[in-house]
Design a protein around this ligand. Structure first.
Ligand SMILES: [Zn+2]
Length: 118
């Protein structure tokens, strides 16, 4: 999977984080430009003069490199790193699967403080 497949403008906004989280042996491609309040990378494109549209960086990267997917589905970050744009770290899943996976992370049991103190 090569970053060079993306337009220059997107490449410039991505930092391949060799030191950071990896998924399946490959590092995250961390979006370093605009991040929305949900933690996803975004950028603006000019549709027509005076009319701009905000795009999601990870969706754009996936579509350019892997091809389009059924837009009923959501692109799930397998690496759990929302600013990541590495198409190998993204998988189109149903809303239901995405929610279940999200909850699995949210409700991961915390270590019990009492056990450590005994
Ligand atoms: Zn990643």
């Amino acid at each position: 999977m090569s970053l060079e497949l993306l337009p220059q403008r997107m490449q410039a906004a991505i930092r391949i984080d060799e030191e950071g989280p990896h998924y399946n042996g490959t590092p995250c491609w961390v979006w370093t430009a605009e991040i929305n309040r949900n933690g996803y990378g975004t950028f603006r494109v000019i549709i027509t003069p005076g009319h701009r549209k905000r795009k999601m960086a990870h969706i754009e990267a996936y579509v350019i490199i892997k091809g389009d997917y059924d837009r009923v589905l959501l692109l799930d970050h397998l690496c759990r790193n929302r600013p990541c744009c590495n198409p190998d770290h993204l998988e189109p899943v149903t809303v239901k699967v995405n929610t279940l996976r999200g909850e699995a992370v949210l409700f991961k049991p915390l270590p019990k403080a009492t056990e450590a103190s005994q």
